[in-house]
Design a protein around this ligand. Structure first.
Ligand SMILES: Nc1nc2c(ncn2[C@@H]2O[C@H](COP(=O)(O)OP(=O)(O)OP(=O)(O)O)[C@@H](O)[C@H]2O)c(=O)[nH]1
Ligand SMILES: [Mg+2]
Length: 290
């Protein structure tokens, strides 16, 4: 089917089947957390793609023992951004879900994201800062930084985001062309621009530039269960700021623009919409490019 067709069928309520959901899970030494995460995955997934970043624990063996059908992908550079790009390149489903492996993101929320997409959104963005969302994990310093980065993205890109720096999102596979992520192996074992934690900002700004329909869905973030965060508040916060400036001036994503302007309807605080709901379109949080 041509790009976007499956999403259109759902939007029009004419879809012949349920969407095939692909979950992409980046892992760097998450063996101890995988039993928890995998046990909460919905039963009817199309595929689970685990993208490993050269873990030195038993991440891959654990994943395979928990789920024989898991698809293991080895990233070709370093960083979470590169892992996501490599995982997305392997997706064969209709819907892509980005899910962390540290136990902070609840896989039981996946149906909520899917529902937002089948009700008309192109991109369902998790938010800890709308009704029904929350976090046990975010520090005061990070919440403060996120708030300022969030204000900045909204001014620069005309968006209405409430939680820029959050990695739990889902989108129709047709959005991948707007993301234009680089998965080429440049012969570099190091990190290129976009390979790090700035990936979430790059994705959020490119879908906005592309004029895709974005809705925020409430999400609760738990504390990482085992192991240590790979994120450095200041270093990665500055990368996010830089990503906002770079993405504001470059044209990436705009080429995929499908609409010139999109209705800005109700607040982004709207909960996930329900399939077939006549009001769904009106509750979508629209995004205009700047
Ligand atoms: N493949 C791969 N996965 C990574 C890499 N860095 C982080 N991850 C995974 O990405 C997910 C998020 O990483 P975390 O270190 O928890 O960072 P975070 O959730 O943004 O930050 P915290 O809120 O501090 O936990 C986890 O599943 C990690 O295992 C990497 O370089 N390669
Ligand atoms: Mg985490």
């Amino acid at each position: 089917m041509p790009d976007g067709t499956v999403a259109e069928l759902f939007r029009e309520g004419r879809a012949p089947r349920a969407p095939r959901v692909s979950v992409v899970i980046p892992t760097y030494n998450e063996a101890r957390n995988l039993p928890h995460v995998f046990s909460l995955l919905p039963a009817d997934l199309h595929e689970v793609i685990l993208v490993d970043g050269h873990s030195v624990d038993d991440t891959i063996a654990t994943a395979r023992s928990l789920r024989a059908d898991v698809r293991v992908v080895h990233q070709n550079r370093r960083g979470k951004g590169n892992a996501m790009a490599c995982g997305f390149a392997e997706v064969t489903g209709d819907i892509v879900v980005m899910l962390d492996a540290d136990g902070s993101a609840d896989p039981r929320e996946i149906p909520r994201f899917v529902e937002a997409l089948t009700s008309g959104a192109d991109f369902a963005k998790g938010s800890r800062f709308i009704n029904g969302g929350g976090s046990d994990d975010i520090t005061r310093m990070r919440a403060w930084g996120n708030r300022w980065l969030n204000r900045t993205v909204n001014v620069l890109f005309g968006t209405r985001y409430t939680d820029l720096c959050y990695g739990y999102n889902a989108f129709w596979a047709h959005c991948l062309s707007a993301l234009a992520l680089d998965v080429a192996d440049r012969g570099s074992s190091g990190r290129l621009w976009g390979d790090g934690f700035e990936i979430e900002t790059i994705i959020n700004t490119r879908v906005a530039k592309a004029g895709l329909r974005i809705v925020e869905v409430p999400s609760f973030e738990f504390v990482r269960i085992h192991g240590q965060s790979n994120l450095n508040t200041w270093r990665d916060g500055l990368r996010v700021l830089r990503a906002l400036l770079v993405e504001r001036v470059n044209g990436t994503g705009r080429a995929a623009r499908r609409r010139t302007s999109i209705d800005v309807a109700a607040s982004t605080a709207a909960p996930a919409v329900t399939p077939g709901d006549e009001q769904a379109a009106a509750r979508l949080a629209g995004v205009r490019s700047a």
